[in-house]
Design a protein around this ligand. Structure first.
Ligand SMILES: Nc1nc2c([nH]c(=O)n2[C@@H]2O[C@H](COP(=O)(O)OP(=O)(O)OP(=O)(O)O)[C@@H](O)[C@H]2O)c(=O)[nH]1
Ligand SMILES: [Mg+2]
Length: 133
């Protein structure tokens, strides 16, 4: 099975994170995601992050650092996800492709459903930010 490389952005403002809802028709659809997408051939994960966040959220990333690299094997495909903490950007995040989006409190992330590969990221964000978890 081919390994798909994906970059995704953790866009945090105060105690909220910007999330997008994956269309039902997509792989792992009907779940919340950190916006992003597949790295193209020869493209760095950082460049893919910038391109995807411009396309999907209409923001221009000016600074981001790798938070965690996660490998996950779904039944139908294997992915390596490069999760970046987006530290600075221009523009206001939006659902530029018509997708539903939401600024969600970090401490309420576990109320939402994510693709399985994201659970380790959600757990870490919650552990860092929420005393009671
Ligand atoms: N963007 C994104 N993709 C994720 C996350 N978690 C996760 O398992 N994925 C998986 O990563 C893969 C690539 O994501 P994608 O569908 O956003 O890729 P893309 O933007 O290039 O979309 P396209 O193929 O419709 O053009 C999908 O198989 C998706 O299920 C996440 O938090 N964000
Ligand atoms: Mg995408």
């Amino acid at each position: 099975m081919t390994l798909i490389q994906v970059s995704a952005g953790i866009i945090k403002r105060d105690d909220r994170i910007f999330l997008a809802f994956r269309d039902e028709a997509k792989h792992q659809g009907g779940l919340w995601e950190f916006p992003g997408g597949k790295c193209e051939a020869g493209e760095s994960s950082y460049d893919a992050l910038c391109r995807e966040l411009l396309e999907e959220c209409a923001i221009a990333v000016s600074s981001a650092t790798l938070f965690k690299e996660v490998r996950h094997d779904y039944e139908d495909k294997s992915v390596v996800l490069y999760f970046y903490l987006v530290e600075a950007f221009k523009g206001e995040p939006a659902g530029a492709e018509g997708q539903n989006v939401s600024w969600v409190q970090v401490c309420e992330l576990n109320d939402l459903q994510f693709p399985a590969a994201n659970q380790v990221i959600v757990d870490e964000l919650v552990a860092q930010c929420c005393e009671l978890n």
